[in-house]
Design a protein around this ligand. Structure first.
Ligand SMILES: Nc1ncnc2c1ncn2[C@@H]1O[C@H](COP(=O)(O)OP(=O)(O)OP(=O)(O)O)[C@@H](O)[C@H]1O
Length: 497
């Protein structure tokens, strides 16, 4: 094979879901040994292409080739596993099984009955071979996101696949973990592994990929070497227009505004310690810190998803029942959780239904909601947040990941909450949609909502009036607007004085 041989090609792929054309004659070709980015706005068709490249769905038209040969029949799962593997946004690891069991899932019986001792030894060897420092005997549910991904990559490689798809692998990782993942990707590339990398963080595309394809509205727009497609042209290709950078609004915090969300002496063993916090109406307070800083645990306590060992949370002047989401919502708080797949929405309900759950009492009398009013509200949310959908009646389960995220924020804002807690709201969201999400949080603040914004994205944190930096469970710094990236990162890594 020549150096420009294609490890994978998808040619003229069309895929329809009812009235939606998810892919419209789109294609991609990835040169062997390259790390190739696939980028596009939410709903552009990226995940649909992944499902076709992994043999989970059959295209209506078009064909897939690996190393020049036609892809195997859909039913031959083993043949697919040997050609391609994918680390999905949603984990495919089973949390109640051990790491070893997960690694050998679906192939324990290759030689008759399962021999657990042998399986454990083989699992250990496999993890060692791929340099994954994880105990094979622990429950997979106890793994962090980073370790979980490493186990999935090791599992993928162990089937013999030389082509790996990484679907938004960095969305849930903090800065140092992203760098470790990139080091591993570079090492895999040196071993000749071909990768397709999906991310909404375009700077990552330039850092780790050699080439890039852009999809827009179900079509392939352009493929280029990353060096030939500068950042602004890449964004233009994604959006089909010239897109300006987000303009952060200027705001002056009103020091006499009432406190709408407060924490006093909050501690939760192993997560965070002795945290005091007061957020005023109209104020946006950021929470920053590395993966082990405790920021997500703290935010989850504020919204009632966790119960602190000591301390109290007050929403809008009412001390809420610890660890009780309904009492927190009733006190006037809206929130966007970290794990939108589990806690964010009800997938089988429509967008309109999901977006109006908290305001059901306002849209209709005696708990009966008029479908027309519900749809009208849903339609407004779709327009305001630029949700790509066939309409308010579409079930959220059919939306692309980033568009589902917008429904979660729509829901948090539906009731004009006094206080708002949002955790990584722009994870998995495209550049333009990010602007509408940040704009929606700024709008809420302008209407007098007090917000806590937890984010791993420095860009998100720029809308905050101040950022509380956490390090090993403690708030170590209260940084006012106007910080530089270097200052904030230094505080987050605990290397500042
Ligand atoms: N099972 C399905 N039923 C109906 N529509 C679907 C289904 N899966 C995807 N779609 C639609 O196909 C289109 C493409 O979605 P896809 O998930 O491929 O986008 P994406 O580029 O991966 O977006 P994101 O960046 O948000 O993950 C969207 O309009 C989506 O709503």
């Amino acid at each position: 094979m020549t150096s420009s041989a294609k490890a994978v090609e998808a040619l003229g792929i069309t895929k329809r879901f009812g009235p939606t054309t998810a892919l419209n004659g789109a294609g991609i070709a990835i040169t062997e040994g390259e790390t190739h980015a696939l980028v596009g706005r939410n709903g552009a068709g990226k995940s649909t292409l992944v499902s076709i490249l992994t043999g989970l769905q059959r295209p209506d038209e078009g064909e897939v080739r690996f190393g020049g040969e036609l892809a195997p029949p859909l039913a031959d799962r083993d043949a697919w596993r040997q050609r391609v593997a994918c680390v999905y946004q949603k984990s495919t690891i089973i949390p109640t099984l051990t790491v070893a069991e997960n690694l050998f899932l679906n192939r324990q019986t290759d030689r008759g009955a399962i021999r657990w001792g042998v399986l454990r030894t083989r699992a250990r060897q496999l993890l060692e071979q791929y340099g994954v420092d994880v105990d094979a005997d622990i429950l997979a549910g106890d793994l962090g996101v980073e370790q979980r991904q490493l186990v999935e990559i090791a599992r993928a490689l162990s089937f013999g696949a030389r082509f790996i798809i990484l679907d938004e692998p960095t969305a849930q990782l903090d800065g140092p973990a992203i760098q470790r993942l990139f080091e591993r990707m570079r090492a895999l590339r040196e071993q000749g592994v071909t990768m397709m990398f999906i991310s909404h963080h375009l700077e990552e595309v330039y850092e780790i990929c050699q080439s890039v394809s852009v999809f827009r509205d179900a079509r392939h727009i352009v493929t280029a070497q990353v060096g030939d497609l500068p950042h602004d042209r890449l964004v233009d290709a994604m959006t089909g227009e010239t897109t300006a950078a987000y303009e952060y609004r200027s705001r002056t915090a009103d020091a006499s505004a009432p406190v709408v969300l407060a924490a006093r002496g909050l501690s939760l063993g192993g997560r965070y310690e002795n945290v005091d916090l007061a957020v005023r109406a109209g104020e946006i307070v950021g929470l920053a810190g590395s993966g082990s800083s405790g920021k997500v645990g703290l935010a989850e306590t504020l919204v009632g998803l966790r119960r602190a060992d000591t301390g109290a949370v007050t929403v809008n002047g009412t001390e809420v029942k610890p660890g009780d989401v309904p009492s927190v919502l009733a006190a006037g708080l809206g929130f966007v959780p970290q794990d939108r797949h589990h806690e964010g929405f009800v997938p089988l309900l429509s967008i309109a239904e999901n977006a109006t759950i908290p305001i059901a009492h306002k849209l209709g009398r005696y708990g009966v909601i008029s479908p027309a009013r519900r749809r009208a509200h849903g339609a407004r949310m779709i327009a305001e947040l630029d949700i790509k959908t066939t309409g308010p009646d579409q079930p959220v389960a059919d939306l692309s990941g980033g568009n589902a995220q917008k429904v979660v924020l729509a829901r948090a804002l539906a009731d004009d909450p006094r206080a708002l807690v949002v955790i990584n709201p722009t994870a998995g969201v495209d550049v333009k949609a990010k602007h509408s999400l940040l704009g929606a949080v700024e709008d809420a603040a302008a209407r007098g909502t007090g917000a806590v914004l937890v984010s791993d994205e420095l860009d998100d944190l720029r809308i905050c009036d101040r950022v509380l930096v956490m390090f090993h469970g403690r708030v170590v710094k209260d940084v006012p607007r106007g910080w530089t990236d270097t200052e904030l990162v230094a505080a987050m890594e605990g290397i500042d004085d």
